[in-house]
Design a protein around this ligand. Structure first.
Ligand code: FBP
Length: 700
């Protein structure tokens, strides 16, 4: 275009290339919407039935038996494909139904396919069947806000990420009033069944709703959702019924791709330590999968840190005939030392860079922090119970909260708080950075969970790391190794004999990476060493090449921090999650059409080929246990943490040294392919699942 030529904007906007460029539709989206996930074998029949399986047993909490008597005896049920049913059964299966569905908690890739699977199965059984979606999570049930889910709506969202179709929310149906309103909505809508798609807390909600709405004839079925991967089900003998919640694979793959890109940046530029905080409120499943997918240099696993035992402290206690309780479980300070050790070792071979993966929930596994969290939960809950106002409303500023804690120390007469917050707690608490104090005092979520995503975990930890590295640098222990070839070349170019100087300057003059001696920590000490080694006269100036090399050996610790969470939650589902969730939707309908309630849809054998997947219903109530929430014990679905004796963890542990690569040569990074939909994808399922399945097969 000539400089003086005027743009005809109207014509331009009508141009097909421009239209295409600014359209919301792209080929990838069209391909996703058109994809129809395969159906498990049982869903290829006209009908299904349920078969109770008695050999799975659970360790039932007496409180679950007391609070959920009507669903506690539920059994595991497998789904069986049926070509023919007798007339009565067929009529029950196909009778018209209205089913409600709600998303609860954080988004997870694959949610739309649960709706698609349920919708397709319901319409196939009876075109009169209706599906309504409650809007904005459980609030939609309480406030009777819903939409009719139509074929057009389902088609618009097939295989797409997010929970955009009906959105989500974190409200817990935890009061008589909310329960009554929810029941009323379901009754008014003439619901036959309600489907709750959520994590541990939401499936807890589902169990209580199932119990409450039994008399209304409304069935309630749960679906295991959460990117955290901590909704897993095993029976008392460790047999896996549900290996992973949906959304985990897609989020882990999304994080891994980004983190792998950082590994590439790091090995190219060799300038930064990339600090990657990875979501997972408590469990470190996501971090573990990321470690396997990327081979990042260092990945912390919270559950592993909790298991830490300090042998030196134990030995010292043995000598003095005492027990040192601080020897069990790692402290924040100790953890920072472990990280520093890795940084120092890599620097020694010239790699003042790397990728560190920190699970979001890591602080929960650090003794001292866990104690603070539990104490503060109790204090806040106690305040809320005894006052008319909520603690956070009454104490909006950090200073107000701290003042309240200080008063607790003085006012030892205050009943329930007595002894919970003492002078030592106050002292330790005042010692931590303000942003972290704020984080620890932040409001709990509606389920009483500590909101780790709001705490700058990485900042807390890296603050300590930076402080300690400074000390190590001053002591001459944190130094950058200089490649021998480079050293030789630089010295020869300056007319100096490399081997003569090497003996004075370095710890080990024959090594591949030369480390400046511990005693040489400044230009002054460098001069002293050269003078002492008879390589420099007292008054002579330092030789240029030596100064250059010395300066090169002083590391500058530079970090870039990244948070991987919301981006992965919003990612499109992998093919694994598309197939998994679509079949979960089909499973849900099968459970409903066969009269189940208080069950969670699950797919057995997820770690195997699709042909071996077995849809089933898993009873929720027997999976529940008592947990501290908002300072009180509450019955909730038990979260699955990373097991440190699992194959996946043991493999990562065995590869730690190799992936840290505190040795010359290229790092061992792995480059996972992007999440894609077509062709052969090398990551058909989470690597964690494949590895852990080896134990079941007797391969480990
Ligand atoms: P769910 O357990 O509801 O699936 O949510 C998981 C999660 O993504 C955690 O990993 C994270 O700590 C939390 O949600 C963040 O929640 P919020 O959306 O309230 O910030």
């Amino acid at each position: 275009m000539k400089p003086d030529q005027q743009l005809d904007l109207q014509a331009l906007m009508a141009n097909p290339t421009v239209k295409n460029a600014i359209s919301n539709i792209n080929p990838g989206l069209v391909e996703r919407r058109a994809f129809r996930p395969p159906r498990c074998a049982v869903f290829q029949s006209a009908y299904t039935s349920l078969r109770d399986v008695d050999h799975y047993r659970f360790d039932i909490d007496p409180e679950a038996r007391r609070q959920l008597p009507r669903i506690i005896e539920n059994r595991v049920q497998t789904i069986v494909g049926e070509e023919h049913l007798d007339d009565g059964q067929a009529a029950r299966f196909t009778r018209p139904r209205t089913i409600g569905i709600v998303f609860s908690g954080g988004p997870a890739p694959g949610g739309h396919n649960v709706i698609a699977g349920l919708f397709d199965a319901a319409k196939q059984a009876n075109p009169e069947n209706r599906l309504v979606g409650f809007l904005m999570g459980p609030d939609g049930i309480i406030e009777s806000e819903y939409i009719e889910i139509t074929a057009e709506l389902v088609d618009e969202y097939r295989n797409l990420g997010g929970f955009t179709m009906i959105r989500t929310g974190r409200t817990k149906i935890d009061t008589q009033e909310k329960m009554a309103l929810s029941r009323q909505t379901c009754r008014d809508l003439g619901l036959d069944a309600l489907v709750v798609v959520g994590g541990d807390d939401s499936n807890t909600n589902a169990a209580f709703l199932a119990q409450e709405m039994m008399d209304d004839g409304i069935q309630v079925v749960g679906v295991p959702k959460t990117i955290d991967g901590d909704v897993q089900v095993r029976d008392i003998e460790g047999r896996v019924l549900c290996a992973i919640s949906f959304g985990f694979h897609s989020a882990a793959r999304a994080f891994s791709q980004d983190i792998s890109n950082l590994c590439t940046d790091c090995s190219s530029d060799r300038k930064y330590w990339h600090i990657c905080k990875v979501m997972g409120r408590s469990a470190s499943h996501l971090a573990l999968e990321v470690a396997l997918q990327t081979h990042a240099n260092m990945t912390l696993i919270g559950e592993d840190l909790a298991d830490y035992v300090d042998p030196r402290r134990i030995a010292a206690a043995r000598v003095s005939g005492t027990t040192d309780f601080t020897a069990y479980g790692i402290t924040l300070r100790h953890l920072s030392r472990v990280i520093c050790d890795a940084i120092v070792r890599r620097a020694a071979v010239g790699k003042n860079c790397g990728v560190l993966v920190i699970p979001e929930g890591v602080l929960e596994f650090i003794n001292e922090i866990q104690v603070f969290i539990v104490k503060l939960n109790t204090i806040i809950a106690d305040y809320n119970n005894t006052h008319d106002r909520d603690f956070h409303t009454s104490h909006p500023r950090l200073e107000d909260k701290l003042e309240y804690l200080r008063r607790l120390v003085k006012d030892i007469s205050s009943s329930a708080k007595q002894g919970i917050w003492n002078a030592r707690d106050d002292e330790l608490f005042n010692d931590i950075p303000v942003f972290f104090q704020e984080g620890l005092l932040t409001e709990r979520d509606s389920h009483g969970n500590f909101q780790f995503s709001l705490v700058e975990t990485d900042k807390v930890l890296m603050g300590l790391v930076k402080d300690y590295l400074k000390i190590l640098r001053e002591k001459g222990l944190y130094k950058l190794g200089i490649e021998k070839n480079y050293y030789d070349k630089t010295m020869l170019k300056g007319g100096l004999d490399p081997s003569t100087y090497a003996k004075v300057l370095f710890n080990d003059p024959d090594s591949d990476h030369l480390l400046v001696r511990k005693s040489i920590i400044s230009l002054k000490t460098l001069r002293q060493a050269l003078v002492k080694g008879a390589l420099l006269a007292e008054e002579a100036s330092l030789p240029g090449p030596v100064v250059k090399l010395y300066n090169k050996s002083i590391p500058n610790f530079k970090t870039q921090t990244h948070f991987y969470g919301y981006d992965g939650r919003g990612s499109h589902p992998t093919r694994f999650d598309c197939n998994y969730t679509y079949n979960l939707g089909l499973t849900v309908f099968s459970l409903i059409a066969n009269g189940a309630t208080g069950q969670m849809a699950a797919i057995h054998n997820l770690e195997k080929d699709f042909a071996e997947w077995e849809p089933m219903g898993v009873p929720i109530a027997p999976l529940m246990h008592l947990e501290e929430r908002k300072g009180k014990l509450a019955l909730v679905l038990e979260k699955s943490l990373v097991e440190t004796n699992s194959v996946a963890f043991q493999v990562v542990k065995a590869c730690r040294e190799e992936w840290l690569k505190a040795a010359p040569g290229e790092d061992n990074y792995r480059r996972p392919a992007p999440i894609r939909f077509d062709g052969q994808s090398e990551d058909e399922r989470p690597l964690t699942l494949e590895l852990n399945a080896l134990a079941e097969k007797g391969g480990a």
